[in-house]
Design a protein around this ligand. Structure first.
Ligand code: ADP
Length: 463
């Protein structure tokens, strides 16, 4: 396979040290990519993460603030100061925390450092879901029915918008994220209450009361397209993923490719995504998220960062997405063209969370013992080890188990075995739930929409 990047015509910033502005498995993942590229790393941590194994493996390890993320992983000044003190030339934000914060990416570049991600203007344009929708419509990307403007204040107008779309509708915060700031409205009687509640939530959680309304699709799947663009206006898409297995809008299992999607259906959609990338001058990796129902795609949002589920695309496309991000930031031109992209086989990823598998309450504590699966085409992305203390302060994701096989059925069988071989003692995890899911016949048939997991959990509780 051709190398994705050429070496000539650099149009970016040279750096030899990357500060990793994140924690947990993704900090370890980014560190690996940096070292493979011959770059030095600066790991940062909060007081709760002083024992992080990627800290010891970094060239420099610096505690930048208290356990509370606001004072550490979200503290822009502390991170910029750490970069200055350690001589880092670039900052990789990972996912979550400051990864989609346009103000931060601008501050990084103003400080003369490279931000390993898109330009602030792209982050800002896609961070506002209304302006993102407008940009997609301009580029010909199919969107969920509903206006690309924020909801007006007067009741008669919003009622009319809802009638035109047709119930059920969903009210969403323009600045929402992480599955929060949205509310389904089944009929007209619930409209005003839903708007008032979502507006208040949006004001408090996202700092902007702007809302919009769209059709609530009843049985969609969540299908997304991974893109990679350089600094010279070239871009490719690396196939698609299905992330329909969700609980409370949070993905639990992801796979690539999305089963049962024909190339004739997805290719025009992906071409429109690449056109959108050209129009907004997109740089780096990104994901276009869609709902897929009755053979049609509906754009919901673009993530302007590395995603948790990027490994399934790495397994099928053979492209190291984190290395690619870094190379784009250094200005390497993309030489690979769309025809060179060949996605092979099938990959699954399970998110292993430190949580009770019945109540889903987070489970902090010390991992007393641990056994992780091994074998060809099995990958574990994690930072944990026996003796590691899972902190109550952060997201409960502690490891990702990824497998790759020629077919979906073989990949499922491989995941079943890998899950059976995984043991994490001392804390509760969702491993029992993941094991049961990979025995489920509906999932095996690829018949899962975004409500499947919640319905499955309800049925199990009732049994
Ligand atoms: P976030 O930025 O919070 O992740 P998204 O817009 O990506 O929000 O939506 C998250 C999830 O909410 C989707 O994966 C899907 O399950 C559900 N969802 C969002 N919009 C719709 C819609 N129009 N119809 C049905 N479900 C939706």
């Amino acid at each position: 396979m051709a190398e994705p990047f050429g070496k000539a015509g650099l149009k970016g910033q040279r750096f030899d040290t990357v500060l990793i502005a994140n924690r947990g498995e993704v900090a370890a993942r980014i560190q690996r990519a940096c070292r493979e590229l011959g770059l030095k790393t600066v790991a940062i941590c909060s007081e709760a993460d002083r024992q992080a194994p990627y800290g010891n493996a970094a060239d420099t390890f610096m505690c930048i603030g208290p356990a509370n993320a606001a004072g550490s992983y979200l503290n822009q000044n502390a991170i910029l100061l750490a970069a200055h003190l350690t001589g880092a030339g670039a900052i990789h934000p990972g996912y979550g925390f400051l990864s989609e914060n346009a103000v931060f990416s601008e501050a990084v570049e103003r400080a003369g450092l490279a931000f390993i991600g898109p330009e602030a203007s792209s982050i800002a344009a896609m961070g506002d879901k209304i302006s993102a929708k407008r940009a997609m419509i301009l580029a010909g990307v199919p969107c969920v029915p509903g206006p690309d403007t924020s909801l007006p204040d007067d009741s008669a107008s919003v009622e009319q918008i809802a009638e035109e779309i047709g119930y059920p509708v969903i009210i969403k915060a323009a600045g929402g994220g992480g599955g929060r700031g949205m509310r389904v409205v089944p009929h007209a009687g619930k409209l005003h209450e839903a708007i008032a509640l979502t507006r208040e939530e949006a004001r408090q959680a996202f700092g902007s009361p702007a809302l919009y309304m769209e059709k609530f699709l009843q049985h969609p799947r969540h299908v997304e397209i991974q893109v990679l663009c350089d600094n010279n206006g070239n871009g490719i898409w690396l196939g698609h993923r299905d992330c329909s297995m969700q609980r409370r809008h949070q993905k639990v299992v992801e796979e690539a490719p999305a089963p049962g999607i024909f190339s004739e259906t997805i290719e025009p959609v992906a071409s429109a995504c690449m056109e959108a990338c050209r129009q907004i001058g997109y740089r780096g990796v990104g994901t276009f998220e869609f709902l897929y129902e009755n053979g049609a795609f509906y754009f919901i949002e673009m993530n302007t960062r590395l995603q948790v589920e990027h490994p399934v695309t790495e397994m099928t496309s053979g492209i190291d997405i984190v290395q690619a991000q870094i190379m784009v930031a250094q200005g390497f031109p993309l030489e690979m063209r769309q025809d060179d992209v060949a996605c092979v086989g099938h990959s699954f990823e399970c998110r292993i969370n430190a949580e009770d598998h019945e109540s889903f309450l987070p489970s902090a504590g010390t991992i007393s013992d641990l056994a992780l699966p091994e074998g060809p085409n099995i990958r574990i992305d994690t930072h944990i080890h026996a003796g590691y203390r899972v902190s109550p302060y952060y997201d409960s994701l502690i490891a990702k188990l990824i497998v790759h096989a020629p077919t979906r059925a073989e990949a499922m069988a491989k995941m079943r075995e890998a899950l059976a071989a995984t043991r994490i003692e001392g804390i509760s995890t969702n491993l029992p739930l993941l094991r049961m899911l990979f025995e489920d016949e509906g999932f095996a048939r690829g018949e899962t929409d975004i409500h499947y997991l919640e319905q499955w959990l309800r049925k199990r509780r009732a049994a």
